[in-house]
Ligand binder design. Structure first.
Ligand code: HEM
Length: 207
């Protein structure tokens, strides 16, 4: 995929990534957020953070399985959208759910395990977003940059644990996310110990 096709694909993915936010905006203006709008928004933003983290992590496996190498050019944007939704999720909790009551927020982070894990995952995503530019990649050097960016697996695992911990009854959804993450990580590990697939550039830096 080159030139115009790539630009259009990127633009399409960009718009698609904004759909969950636009949907929340529309629902907010049409009184469609249900009886507990704060919980609805919090849950929606949390879910999209996790979904986008998993989509970002599936870029390399899908690329290897299909040989569609230019997919890598979407990875940074997907990762940054995951971070964007994580920021909105966190800000919804801090600003709308807790009304910037820092005392309660700090106590929640310290004492409620699912919030502790969610917060830790969020913190892990910050250095990844900051170093996502080409300039930072060059500054860190390919190897160090790659090592740092493996933290995304820890952040995604934290996101799954956060979800598992907060769910009271039906565990189906967090378990599905967890299994997908195990599958994605398992594929990477399997490939790490196998030969690179022919015609596929391994660990090519994102554009
Ligand atoms: C990478 C970071 C994070 C991910 C992937 C994530 C993901 C999620 C998911 C999937 C849900 C449940 C959605 C549902 O029920 O459908 C959720 C709920 C929630 N998250 Fe997060 N989250 C993250 C970070 C945080 C942080 C930093 C905080 C606050 C400090 C936080 C606070 C909450 C709260 C309060 C809920 C709702 C809990 C309830 O229903 O009682 N999350 N999050």
């Amino acid at each position: 995929m080159r030139g115009t096709a790539l630009t259009w694909t990127k633009a399409g993915v960009f718009v698609l990534c904004l759909v969950p936010l636009l949907r929340l905006g529309v629902l907010a203006f049409t009184w469609g957020l249900g009886a507990n709008p704060i919980a609805f928004v919090l849950h929606s933003l949390g879910t999209w953070t996790l979904v986008l983290l998993l989509v970002t992590l599936s870029v390399t496996p899908v690329r290897r399985l299909t040989g569609w190498n230019s997919l890598i050019r979407l990875r940074r944007m997907l990762g940054l959208f995951a971070f964007f939704y994580a920021c909105l999720h966190f800000l919804t909790y801090v600003g709308i759910d807790q009304f910037f009551d820092w005392h309660t927020i700090v106590a929640d982070i310290a004492k409620r395990p699912y919030i502790t894990v969610g917060f830790a995952s969020f913190l892990l995503l910050i250095p990844l977003a900051v170093t996502s530019t080409n300039a930072m990649q060059r500054r860190l050097g390919g190897k160090r940059w790659q090592r740092l960016h493996r933290l995304v697996y820890v952040a995604a695992a934290g996101g799954v644990v956060h979800y598992l911990w907060l769910v009271k009854k039906d565990m189906t959804q967090p378990v599905i996310y967890g299994l997908l993450l195990v599958l994605l990580l398992g594929m990477r590990l399997a490939w790490r110990f196998a030969r690179p697939a022919p015609g596929v550039m391994v660990n090519r830096p994102p554009a």
